[in-house]
Design a protein around this ligand. Structure first.
Ligand SMILES: Nc1ncnc2c1ncn2[C@@H]1O[C@H](COP(=O)(O)OP(=O)(O)OP(=O)(O)O)[C@@H](O)[C@H]1O
Length: 252
């Protein structure tokens, strides 16, 4: 298979064991280019661990991860980011002491080729212009001068997406993007993720809110006790009796 035909992400026979505990077992999962795949499952099923393995935050103890056909299993987070992998975290990774636009400027500058000191040139005109375009895209331009600490949780999530997009990722991993977001902020955040995906970004999203998953996902992967219980379209997965027993009985 040539790199151009390859899926965006391929996870093959992936396993993770730590201190005698088997956290993930024989995960085989493919994410097509441009697809939005949601990962669901009960608490402790291994969803964040799987996303950490894909993004390089942690290394698997078995199996491989390919990005656009290239084996990235041994690469650091930084090298995977250069290869096109972006992510957001369950807990905020923003600099609270900076303003909204400064956070994005920092990301734009640190993503630039050969960036040595992201702080030094973070105020140059083109960096600010790029940061403002990203804030525009996530609907945050009006709050560009706000201290990050003063933003609502939903706005912080949007800002995190702008920061992640500064690296122009081809694949974006989102770990519970709706966690802690007020109900009224959920629709605009859902729309934003749908827009990014429609613009060509492949999205892999861990999410507990089933109405969000069912509204966004092309396919859903269900993890249970560290194993892949099912993968399929929303209709296939919600009709699967095993999935209903293990998870959806509570979530729907
Ligand atoms: N490095 C580690 N050392 C020990 N245990 C770990 C490690 N990483 C993950 N675990 C354990 O693996 C299990 C899966 O954790 P993980 O956070 O991936 O689950 P999750 O499906 O994302 O759960 P939640 O929905 O609650 O976020 C948990 O029992 C967790 O305590």
């Amino acid at each position: 298979m040539s790199p151009t035909d390859a899926p965006a992400v391929q996870v093959g026979e992936l396993g993770f064991a730590v201190g005698g505990a088997q956290i993930l077992t024989e995960i085989d999962l493919t994410i097509a280019r441009g697809e939005l795949l949601a990962i669901i499952g009960p608490n402790g099923a291994g969803k964040s661990t799987l996303v950490n393995m894909i993004s390089g935050v942690a290394r698997p103890t078995a199996g491989q991860i390919r990005l656009d056909g290239r084996d990235v299993t041994g690469l650091s987070v930084r090298h995977r980011a250069r290869a096109g992998m972006g992510r957001t975290f369950q807990t905020s990774s923003l600099f609270n002491g900076l303003t909204t636009v400064q956070n994005v400027c920092f990301a734009v500058q640190s993503a630039a080729p050969g960036a040595l000191n992201p702080f030094r040139r973070a105020s140059s005109r083109s960096v600010i212009d790029q940061a403002m375009q990203l804030l525009e895209r996530v609907g945050m331009a009006a709050r560009s001068a706000w201290p990050t600490a003063a933003l609502s949780h939903g706005d912080k999530r949007k800002l995190e997406l702008a920061v992640a997009m500064a690296r122009r990722p081809s694949v974006l991993l989102l770990d519970e993007p709706m966690a802690g977001v007020a109900m009224e902020d959920v629709p605009s955040l859902v729309q934003l993720i749908a827009d990014l995906n429609r613009d060509g970004v492949t999205v892999c999203m861990v999410e507990h809110h089933m109405h969000v998953v069912l509204g966004l996902a092309d396919r859903i992967a269900v993890l249970h006790h560290g194993r892949l219980l099912a993968v399929g379209t929303p209709a296939e997965v919600t009709a699967n009796p095993e999935v209903r027993r293990a998870y959806l009985g509570d979530a729907l």
